[in-house]
Design a protein around this ligand. Sequence first.
Ligand code: CA
Length: 234
Amino acid sequence: MTKIMIVEDEAGLRQGLEINLRMENYETVQAADGEEAIRLFHADQPDLVLLDLMLPKKSGFEVLDHIRKYSRAPVILLTARGQETDKVRGLRGGADDYVTKPFGLQELFARIDAVMRRSEATVAAKVICEDDLIKLDPSTREASARNQKLKLSPKEFDLLMYLFRNKERVVPRDELLSRVWNYRVDLNLNSRTVDTHVTRLRRKLQKAVGTDAAVIVAVAKIGYRYLGDASSAA
Ligand code: CA
């Protein structure tokens, strides 16, 4: 059973979420402040975290930083209306998605389903990724574009596979660091590492595909998105 931790200081909202999530057959853990969230994250090891940003004792950002040092468990932010910069900061800090308060339960359930599917897709990495442009076989680590073999480094392969599996959205750099590089705080990596790898990967793809059409696009201040065969779609 999927275990969801609800981190929210408004008791009414927290308890309401708990009741509704249980009715949907989720197991739940409740935390009312940032310190409790960190403690219970380790004690209960939830599969997914719903994280309010404005919290007593430690902020949601501090909780998110802490979680990302130890885990890739999906995190959905519960943000207030008008906190655009907070959403971006949260997504760059490794959150998977957000909902804006007041949100409907159906929207929340849909977002929970979506991030859980993505998370499971990353784990079940044995499936071949294939579209009109590229083919990636995780079991043999063979990559090709337009049937031409690509010589990719292991990290380039993982990076392309992760972008491919998340092709419907922009993937933040920090998420790439966490999911592709298994980023941990004791490794001296930063977002430049991602940029350097993406640049090399693009060059190899472009050479194989033989056009200037962007296969992977940069989205300013956030991250990257795999477009696939953008040239034929145009
Ligand atoms: Ca709050």
